[in-house]
Design a protein around this ligand. Structure first.
Ligand SMILES: [Zn+2]
Ligand SMILES: [Zn+2]
Length: 227
């Protein structure tokens, strides 16, 4: 297996008082013309986190990663394939029983300015990246932590996908099982979340972000979930 550079992603405890490019919540850095994504239900998606990908991350170094997910809709993901590929425009495709995905993961390349508004649902907290060596165990399982690169800590078994454009998707980032993101007071509860006052991604499943190395679309990232 290719030895990729790995970074631990650490969540700070002191709320941010201004925009930051590496954050939980906060003000999203989006390309010009890219609006804050919405769910099919009409709610603006919650910005869970965003990160500048370090230049030593293969293929995607220098890109800005943003992970949005609906507050009201919370589920695992289901990958629909045809001809051994994810279906065309899978990032907008129906996600039964939902008419469209309830999330949006974006890779932005020219995100120079923060949005005018701050994510209202989550505390804005700084994220720090720290290089680490992710040595897989005998079963080929990497560290079960919030990280960029390294080797996934597959909760079930390794899964691989090919993008609709034909490129083999590349594992980029992992969010560990049951990771809670601290919600601000008086925000609506998230259904089926792990506890009051926190939101989770994809029902608290472990999430592996698989990105299209051909960058056929800014949203060509598949959040693979396992538990
Ligand atoms: Zn929704
Ligand atoms: Zn693609």
């Amino acid at each position: 297996m290719r030895k990729a550079s790995a970074h631990l992603v650490e969540v700070g405890s002191e709320p941010l008082d201004g925009p930051a490019r590496n954050s939980v919540g906060g003000r999203p850095y989006l390309d010009e013309g890219q609006s804050w994504p919405e769910c099919f239900c009409g709610e603006r998606l919650v910005l869970f986190f965003q990160l500048d990908l370090p230049t030593d991350v293969e293929t995607f170094g220098g890109d800005h990663l943003l992970v949005f997910h609906c507050r009201a809709h919370n589920d695992a993901t289901y990958a629909e394939e045809a001809d051994d590929r994810l279906i065309p425009r899978y990032w907008d495709a129906p996600q039964p029983p939902y008419p469209r995905p309830f999330w949006r993961v974006l890779l932005q390349r020219h995100a120079t300015l923060p949005a005018a508004e701050t994510e209202p649902s989550l505390y804005a907290l700084p994220l720090t990246l720290r290089p680490f060596t992710d040595t897989p165990d005998a079963e080929g399982i990497g560290a079960q932590t919030f990280k960029l690169g390294g080797t996934p800590s597959w909760a079930q078994y390794p899964e691989h996908y090919r993008c609709a454009c034909g490129a083999d998707m590349v594992y980029l980032c992992q969010v560990p099982e049951n990771m809670g993101f601290a919600a601000r007071p008086r925000r609506p509860e998230q259904p089926y979340s792990g506890g009051t006052g926190t939101y989770e991604l994809f029902l608290g499943n472990e999430v592996y972000l698989l990105a299209c190395p051909a960058r056929c679309d800014p949203a060509a990232v598949w959040p693979l979930t396992q538990s």
